[in-house]
Design a protein around this ligand. Sequence first.
Ligand SMILES: Cc1cc2nc3c(=O)[nH]c(=O)nc-3n(C[C@H](O)[C@H](O)[C@H](O)COP(=O)(O)OP(=O)(O)OC[C@H]3O[C@@H](n4cnc5c(N)ncnc54)[C@H](O)[C@@H]3O)c2cc1C
Length: 398
Amino acid sequence: MKFVIIGSGIIGLSIAKALIDKKIHKPLNILILDKYAIPSKGTSVHNSGVLHAGLYYKPGSMKAKLSIDGGIKLREWCKKINLPILECGKLLIPFNENDYVNLEKIEKNALNNGCNVEMIDHDRASNIQPFLIKKDKYLWSPNTSVFDPKLIVERLYKSLKEMGVNFLKKSVILDDSDKKRLIFDDYTNLSYENYINCAGPGALDIAKSVTNKFDNLTILPFLGQYAVQKSGLEIKTNLYPVPDPELPFLGIHLTPRINKSSLIGPNAIPVFKKDIQGYDLKDMRDIPSIITNNIILFASNKSNYRNHALSELSFNSKNKFYVNALRYFSSDLKSNFQIEMDSKTYGIRAQLLNRNTYELENDFIYEKINNNIHIVNAVSPAFTSCFSLAEFIVNKVI
Ligand SMILES: Cc1cc2nc3c(=O)[nH]c(=O)nc-3n(C[C@H](O)[C@H](O)[C@H](O)COP(=O)(O)OP(=O)(O)OC[C@H]3O[C@@H](n4cnc5c(N)ncnc54)[C@H](O)[C@@H]3O)c2cc1C
């Protein structure tokens, strides 16, 4: 009987790698299932590709621990196998009084997490990114980098396949735990000894079939749109606004990419449809409850949600992306700056909402049930954290 991994995204693939590296299972004994595409064409290949340095996450949280260690491991692995990594750093830029206050809080938090950050002035910041808008200070994170998510997912898949890991296109609908078998949507089933559920947006439903521990959680989907810069000034580093500490979104940022064309985004628009721009959101099909939950969050303004929703709902045009991108620069270079919306880059964020508290869940969430592990909130920066998150989870298998 094979050890089963549900989901062929970066988390499922990293878990397989960790099981093999730690000699817990032989490649031939591992079976990875995915309902849509192998390897995944989901969130793992539709994201910003920023290797986060761990600045924002609460000290002691899973995100803080695993993103810093994971970032180091992912960077080393890419270098070892000659996958490109852009070691370009990141500048956080304050735009209003509140941002200055939050910038100091982020600096303190980052230092508590052991990150390498430093407040710098305009002269130094301009040496990093020419034509940068003049502000009193900026937070500089030299260890933030950029990776190519697609190249990483494809390389990991290829190496696992070559080692003999098994892959199968199947959609798990539930765990018939009494009989220790996974039931597929075509009414076939698969007996298992153990499994790890890393089905991204589908993980919560599978977990709910065996436990009521997650009854208070539901998915609130957000669409992250991006524009791509076509011409103009070269973006040398990640340029980020100061995020609202209440929200799990980081704001529209500029990210230099490996292929030189920089990425602008993402926004985070609440989604109320099942099919959106080529994405199949059937994993999150409960549209009436999504609408209700959005209304409750909007009315209560929990997590500052009303302000977010209002600014995002108006933020769906190329012009708005253009204005947001240009706010990072001094006014004299606007003429040559061209951008294009690029729907191929859009990603869906399956954000978890706690229905008891009406708070957006921010940290990674996992649970071991009947000796199987369910990872139900592998949100950003789970790609950065993938190798450390996988090792952490695999240690729970033993
Ligand atoms: C807009 C956006 C930007 C982001 N930017 C960054 C960033 O810059 N840096 C960073 O570190 N992270 C970033 N992230 C987060 C990161 O992309 C994700 O955390 C990560 O890709 C999650 O990987 P995964 O393997 O859990 O999920 P996925 O890639 O979604 O893989 C899950 C797989 O499970 C399969 N599946 C689902 N249901 C079932 C089922 N019932 N049966 C079988 N298979 C199933 C799906 O088909 C899918 O292939 C971003 C996310 C978004 C949305």
